[in-house]
Ligand binder design. Structure first.
Ligand SMILES: *[C@@H]1O[C@H](CO)[C@@H](O)[C@H](O)[C@H]1NC(C)=O
Ligand SMILES: *[C@@H]1O[C@H](CO)[C@@H](O)[C@H](O)[C@H]1NC(C)=O
Ligand SMILES: *[C@@H]1O[C@H](CO)[C@@H](O)[C@H](O)[C@H]1NC(C)=O
Ligand SMILES: *[C@@H]1O[C@H](CO)[C@@H](O)[C@H](O)[C@H]1NC(C)=O
Ligand SMILES: *[C@@H]1O[C@H](CO)[C@@H](O)[C@H](O)[C@H]1NC(C)=O
Ligand SMILES: *[C@@H]1O[C@H](CO)[C@@H](O)[C@H](O)[C@H]1NC(C)=O
Ligand SMILES: *[C@@H]1O[C@H](CO)[C@@H](O)[C@H](O)[C@H]1NC(C)=O
Length: 548
C-alpha cells in the first residue's frame, strides 16, 4: 500500500525566476549519433564494459522506479532517472566535495529534498564532469517510500534546465545541470537522451532497461525517422515549469472499448489537443479523472479506493488502451494498464489489481500547462528520445527546437499472450462474460474530492485571468475616461461662460459700437445653456443626458 504512489517526483511549479547566464555561449554542432547494440536481458552489461560511454543500464525496481549508477568523487550512487525535474541530488557521505554555502530545497509532487549545493566530479553514463553542482541532502523522510531501504540514494533530473532549482539558486553557470554540462563540454556530443524501460513480470520481453546520452539503441534505429513531436516551450514567465510536454493527437486516447475517450484540455489556446508530460519519475501515469473513469469504471467488480486515489479491478481483466501521438498509435501493454505489483486486496480478501492510469491529483496543473503525465506505466511501451535542441543553457537560440521521438515497443498480439500467461495461468478467458465491459453510460465514476473542485475553480480563474484583467481594465478605463470627460466638459463650459462674460464685458468696455471687421460675439451663454447642437458635435452622449 505504501508503494501506491511511490515517488511521484514531478517537480512542482517553483516560483523561481531564472535568467540564463550569458557565460559559455556556444553554437551547438550536431553530429551523427553512435549506435549501440541492445543489451541482452540475461547478461546485463556492467558499467565497465568496453562500450560504456553514452549509456547506463537501468535497474527496474518492480516497475515502480528506474535507477541507474552515477558516481560522485568516485563513490557510487543509485539514482532515480527522472525526466520530470532537472536537478541532481544524493544523500550520503562524499569525500572531495566543495560546499558552496548555498542551501536550497527541491520540492517534488510528493516529497522534498533539502540540503547544501556542492560541487564535485561526477561520472554519468560514461561522461565525466568536473565541478558538477548537486544538492547534498540530509533528509529524505518526506518521500512516500523509504528510498534508502530500496537502495536508492539520489535522483538525477533529466528535464529542461529552466526548471533547475540549483541553477536558479546559484544564478550562474556553476549551477548547470549534468546533461547541459555534458553537452556543453563537448559540442560534438549529440544533445539528446534516450531510454528504454524494462517491464518486470513480462514473460517474453527481450531487453533490459537502458538510458543513453547522445546515442541510439540499435534495434530501434528507426526511431530517428519517427515523427518529431514538438515540445511545448513555455514563455519566460513560466519557464521554471518547463517540462518535456507535447500534445496527443485529437481523439488521442483510445479506451478499452476501442472508442476514443472524449475529453477537453485545460490548457488555454490548445487547439483542442491534450498536453502530455513525458515523466519517467511518475510510476502511475496521471490522467484527467474522466479518462481514468472511462478506462476502469465499466469493469465488472471495479472499485475506486478513495484512500489511495486509484481504481482496483480483478487481475484477470484485460484492458487494451492506446495513445496517439504524431499520427502513430502506441498500444499500452495490458500488464501496464493494471498492475499486480501492489499486493492490494478487496473487502473479501481477494487480490485485486491497481488501475495504473490514476486520476491526476497530486500533480494537478494549477496553471493549466498540461492535462496528463505519461509516467512509467506508459513509457514502458515506447523507446523514447528527448532532443534538447535549444533548451541547453548557453546555446544562443541558433540550434533547432527541442523535440520528442518515440517508437512503440509493444506488439498487441504478443502483449495479449503475455497477459494470458502472466495473469490467467495460460488459459485465455479474456472473452468470458465476467470480463465484458458494462454498457457505456452504465459505468461507475470516481467521486471528485472537494479539494479538487476548489482547485479546478481556481484553475479556471487563473486560466481566465487575462480575460478578467482585460475586461475589468476596460471597464476601469471607460469609467476613468467618463469622469475625465465630464470634468473636462465642466471645465470647458465654465471657461466658455467666463469667455462669454469676458467678451461681453470687453464689448462694453470698447463701447457700444463694435468695429465693422470684428464679428459679433456669439451669444455663448445662450447656446451653452440652451441647444444641444454644440455638444453633439463633440459626440458627447453624457453631456446632453446630464442636462435632461
Ligand atoms: C549565435 O548564433 C548565431 C547564429 O544564429 C551565430 O552567428 C553566433 O556566432 C552565435 N553566438 C555565439 C556567442 O555563439
Ligand atoms: C552500480 O554500481 C555498483 C557499485 O559499483 C555495482 O555493484 C552495481 O552492479 C552497479 N549497477 C549497475 C546497474 O550497473
Ligand atoms: C556562482 O555562484 C556561486 C554561489 O554564489 C559561487 O560560489 C560561484 O563561484 C559562482 N560561479 C561563477 C562561475 O561565477
Ligand atoms: C567529443 O565527442 C566526439 C563525438 O562523440 C568524440 O569523438 C570526441 O573524442 C570527444 N572529444 C573529447 C575531447 O572528449
Ligand atoms: C523499425 O524497424 C523494425 C526492425 O528493424 C521494424 O520491425 C519496424 O517495423 C520499423 N518500424 C517503423 C515504424 O518503421
Ligand atoms: C470498495 O471500496 C470501499 C472504500 O473505498 C470499501 O469500503 C469497499 O469494501 C470496497 N469494495 C470491495 C469489494 O472491495
Ligand atoms: C486486446 O488486444 C489483443 C490484440 O489485439 C486481442 O487479441 C484481445 O482480444 C484484446 N482483448 C480485449 C479484452 O479487448
Amino acid at each position: 500500500m505504501q508503494l501506491l504512489i511511490p515517488h511521484s517526483l514531478f517537480l512542482l511549479l517553483s516560483l523561481l525566476s531564472f535568467a540564463p547566464s550569458s557565460e559559455g555561449l556556444r553554437t551547438k554542432i550536431r553530429s551523427v549519433p553512435r549506435r549501440r547494440s541492445l543489451q541482452n536481458r540475461a547478461e546485463p552489461i556492467s558499467g565497465s564494459t568496453t562500450d560504456s560511454v553514452g549509456n547506463i543500464p537501468l535497474n527496474d525496481e518492480q516497475n515502480t522506479q528506474y535507477v541507474g549508477n552515477l558516481t560522485i568523487s568516485g563513490a557510487p550512487f543509485q539514482v532515480i532517472i527522472d525526466t520530470g525535474s532537472a536537478d541532481l541530488w544524493v544523500a550520503g557521505q562524499i569525500q572531495d566535495s566543495t560546499d558552496l554555502g548555498v542551501s536550497t530545497a527541491i520540492q517534488y509532487a510528493v516529497g522534498k529534498a533539502t540540503g547544501d549545493v556542492n560541487t564535485a566530479t561526477v561520472d554519468f553514463a560514461g561522461y565525466t564532469v568536473e565541478k558538477q553542482a548537486y544538492l547534498l541532502v540530509k533528509d529524505t523522510s518526506t518521500f512516500t517510500a523509504d528510498l534508502s531501504s530500496e537502495g536508492i540514494s539520489g535522483l538525477v533530473g533529466l528535464g529542461p534546465s529552466s526548471g533547475s532549482v540549483i541553477l536558479g539558486a546559484l544564478g550562474n553557470s556553476t549551477g548547470n545541470t549534468v546533461l547541459d554540462n555534458i553537452f556543453l563540454q563537448n559540442t560534438s556530443t549529440p544533445n539528446f537522451i534516450s531510454f528504454l524501460l524494462q517491464r518486470d513480470g513480462d514473460p517474453t520481453q527481450s531487453f533490459s532497461g537502458e538510458l543513453t546520452v547522445g546515442e541510439i539503441i540499435a534495434p530501434f534505429d528507426n526511431i530517428t525517422s519517427q515523427p518529431k513531436l514538438p515540445v511545448q516551450v513555455l514563455d519566460s514567465s513560466s519557464r521554471s515549469a518547463q517540462h518535456w510536454t507535447t500534445t496527443l493527437d485529437e481523439d488521442g486516447i483510445i479506451g478499452p472499448d476501442g472508442q476514443p475517450i472524449k475529453i477537453s484540455s485545460i490548457v488555454p489556446d490548445n487547439g483542442g489537443k491534450l498536453f502530455a508530460v513525458i515523466d519517467s519519475g511518475f510510476t502511475l501515469p496521471q490522467v484527467p479523472r474522466k479518462v481514468s473513469d472511462a478506462i476502469y469504471g465499466r469493469v465488472q467488480g471495479a472499485n475506486y479506493s478513495v484512500e489511495n486515489s486509484v481504481w482496483t479491478i480483478p487481475c484477470g481483466q484485460e484492458l487494451n488502451i492506446s495513445f496517439k501521438l504524431g499520427g502513430v498509435t502506441f498500444p499500452v501493454h495490458p500488464l501496464d494498464t493494471s498492475s499486480s505489483d501492489f499486493a492490494m486486496t478487496n473487502s473479501k480478501g481477494e487480490t485485486v489489481c491497481v488501475g495504473t492510469f490514476q486520476p491526476i491529483t497530486s500533480a494537478f496543473s494549477l496553471q493549466g500547462e498540461f492535462d496528463l503525465i505519461l509516467g512509467m506505466g506508459f513509457l514502458r511501451n515506447a523507446y523514447t528520445l528527448l532532443d534538447f535542441g535549444d533548451f541547453i543553457a548557453g546555446s544562443n537560440g541558433s540550434t533547432s527546437d527541442p523535440y520528442i521521438q518515440m517508437i512503440s515497443t509493444t506488439n498487441p498480439a504478443e502483449a495479449h499472450s503475455d497477459f494470458v500467461t502472466a495473469r490467467l495461468k495460460g488459459i485465455d478467458t479474456t472473452s468470458s462474460s465476467q470480463y465484458t465491459l458494462l454498457p457505456a453510460g452504465k459505468g461507475q465514476t470516481s467521486p471528485v474530492p472537494d479539494g479538487e473542485r476548489v482547485q479546478h475553480a481556481e484553475q479556471k480563474v487563473i486560466r481566465y485571468m487575462p480575460l478578467i484583467i482585460i475586461v475589468s481594465g476596460g471597464i476601469l478605463a471607460l469609467a476613468v475616461g467618463c469622469c475625465l470627460w465630464r470634468w473636462l466638459k465642466r471645465r470647458r463650459l465654465s471657461r466658455r461662460n467666463a469667455a462669454a462674460l469676458r467678451s461681453t464685458a470687453e464689448g462694453f468696455r470698447r463701447g457700444p459700437y463694435r468695429p465693422l471687421d470684428e464679428p459679433a460675439p456669439p451669444p455663448m451663454h445662450m447656446q451653452a445653456m440652451g441647444s444641444h447642437s454644440k455638444n453633439q458635435e463633440y459626440g458627447d452622449p453624457f453631456a446632453s443626458r446630464e442636462r435632461l
